[in-house]
Write a protein that binds this ligand. Structure first.
Ligand code: MG
Length: 259
């Protein structure tokens, strides 16, 4: 390491400690603890990795794993038994085939950025939780609800954009059933101590059609239909799964980045 970089690193560490001192002390230092030059707070190495973004915010960037590009379900299997995913692929989208069961990714993920587009069934049927219900489960456990929440009341912590029966979305940004919706998600997996107890819970940020609906929300545990949410056991990376709740929800353009 070059001498100037070492000096810069030491100075930067001192600056950070001075900053944290300033946060907690009633008499913060008015100036830097030593005379400083601009380069002393510049970090050059390692260079930040270059990623080529998509043409629009919906397109996958160059380091994304494509989970569905409209062609086939090769990245997915039946959640029940690992057999080929039983949902329909038609005109560049996949559609839930009711009663065939959930599907899951072949790959496992922890911390991630996920982009997924979905549309409620074209034919509006059912009310409340019965209308356009599906869901994205992170690590096979924590559900970001998908529902047709366009002019369809249900419990607030069970509508589109909710962490199911956990935290309601900040607003309802749902489009009509003939239109496509996007979720852009930043998910941080829970961490566990060596003895299996929870160290810190999962967190999630969700943009629904570009509108913030979950802002670094703490996920309180398994998003059970019945009962309180908690973390009963330690786990590592796991699959993303999509729910068959008996409605013909459609999906397209799904990609993910490991973080
Ligand atoms: Mg659901």
């Amino acid at each position: 390491m070059k001498k100037v970089q070492i000096i810069a690193s030491v100075a930067f560490a001192m600056l950070l400690s001075a900053k944290s001192y300033a946060q907690y002390s009633s008499t913060p230092p008015a100036v830097s603890p030593m005379p400083m030059k601009p380069e002393m707070t510049e970090i050059w190495e390692p260079e930040v990795t270059v990623v080529t973004p998509g043409k629009t915010s919906a397109d996958a960037p160059s380091d994304a794993i494509i989970l569905f590009d409209g062609k086939d379900l090769s990245q997915w299997v039946s959640a029940k038994d690992g057999s080929p995913a039983p949902w329909l692929v038609i005109d560049g989208r996949m559609e839930v085939v009711p009663k065939t069961g959930d599907i899951k990714t072949k790959l496992k993920f922890g911390d991630c950025q996920l982009h997924i587009e979905f549309s409620a069934p074209d034919e509006v049927a059912g009310v409340s939780q019965g209308r356009g219900n599906s869901g994205v489960f992170f690590q096979d456990r924590y559900e970001l609800q998908i529902l047709d929440s366009y002019q369809n009341r249900t419990y607030r912590n069970g509508q589109a954009g909710s962490i199911y029966k956990d935290t309601a979305p900040l607003v309802n940004a749902m489009r009509g059933p003939l239109e496509w919706n996007t979720y852009d998600v930043i998910y941080t997996a829970p961490r566990f101590k060596p003895d299996g107890r929870l160290d810190y819970p999962a967190r999630i940020t969700v943009l629904h059609n570009g509108v913030l609906v979950q802002n670094n929300t703490t996920i309180l545990g398994l998003t059970n239909y019945i009962g309180l949410h908690m973390y009963p056991e330690a786990h590592g990376e796991d699959v993303i799964h999509l729910q068959d709740h008996g409605n013909k929800t459609q999906f397209r353009n799904i990609w993910i980045r490991r973080l």
